[in-house]
Design a protein. Structure first.
Length: 237
């Protein structure tokens, strides 16, 4: 199965869910599929994992990256470039908005309410069962409700990003998928895709999944763990 996501897509989730990593790799995957892609960094809270850190790579692939003005590039302030509103008004084939984590981070979406209300928008919740507050269905639903209340938007789909960084095993991917199915059953929301790092992907039994799998390579790294940026490989099931 291939990932065929188009339109305006907001990627959200709790802190540590890997939403920015997911957003960046999704942008790259869809660009490699041959469609036009724009991405903007609305994460004005988390100082470590931001789409802007992958700007050079994204732009080298022909992906349009919208960021705050240079003087606000490292600010933790609710400052939005006018270009963000323009990006929403004139979206590309795929326009990705990387929102901040938890209910606090997505409040910026409320500031764009008038612009987003006029468009068909997909709001995808990224879930990593190995992070605090999303270890079970109850926790995932609580995060969902908090995000919806703060963003004034409704979650439309789910994304699984089960990982323990370098300690991740295929069993962790399977466990994350099982939880995601439970959340899907409880909410009626579709599982859009799940992710798997490139070193784990070849080991997976892909017939276990009824959704696409996005193979990713990490582009976001905290200050204490800088890795060289390599090429990306993305595949569908």
């Amino acid at each position: 199965m291939n990932i065929d996501i188009k339109g305006i897509v907001v990627i959200c989730g709790n802190y540590g869910s890997g939403k920015t990593e997911t957003a960046v790799n999704l942008a790259i995957k869809r660009k490699m599929d041959g469609i036009d892609v724009k991405i903007t960094d609305l994460d004005l809270v988390n100082p470590y994992f931001r789409t802007r850190e992958a700007r050079v790579l994204l732009e080298s692939l022909g992906i349009t990256v919208i960021l705050p003005d240079r003087q606000y590039m490292h600010a933790d302030l609710p400052i939005l470039a006018p270009a963000v509103a323009g990006m929403i008004q004139q979206p590309s084939e795929l326009t990705i908005l990387d929102a901040g984590g938890d209910d606090v981070g997505v409040t910026v979406l409320a500031a764009l309410e008038n612009h987003l209300a006029k468009k068909k928008v997909q709001l995808l919740q990224v879930i990593n069962p190995f992070r605090p507050f999303t270890e079970d269905v109850k926790g995932c639903l609580r995060i969902k409700e908090e995000i919806e209340a703060s963003s004034k938007m409704k979650i439309t789909g789910l994304v699984g990003n089960a990982n323990l960084i370098d300690e991740t095993l295929p069993e962790h991917i399977y466990k994350g998928y099982d939880l995601l199915k439970e959340v899907s059953s409880a909410t009626g929301l579709k599982i859009e895709f799940i992710t798997a790092c490139s070193d784990i992907y070849p080991q997976l039994e892909l017939n276990r999944f009824s959704c696409p799998v996005l193979e990713i390579q990490r582009k976001m790294n905290p200050p204490w763990k800088r890795l060289s940026i390599k090429g990306v490989l993305t595949h569908g099931v």
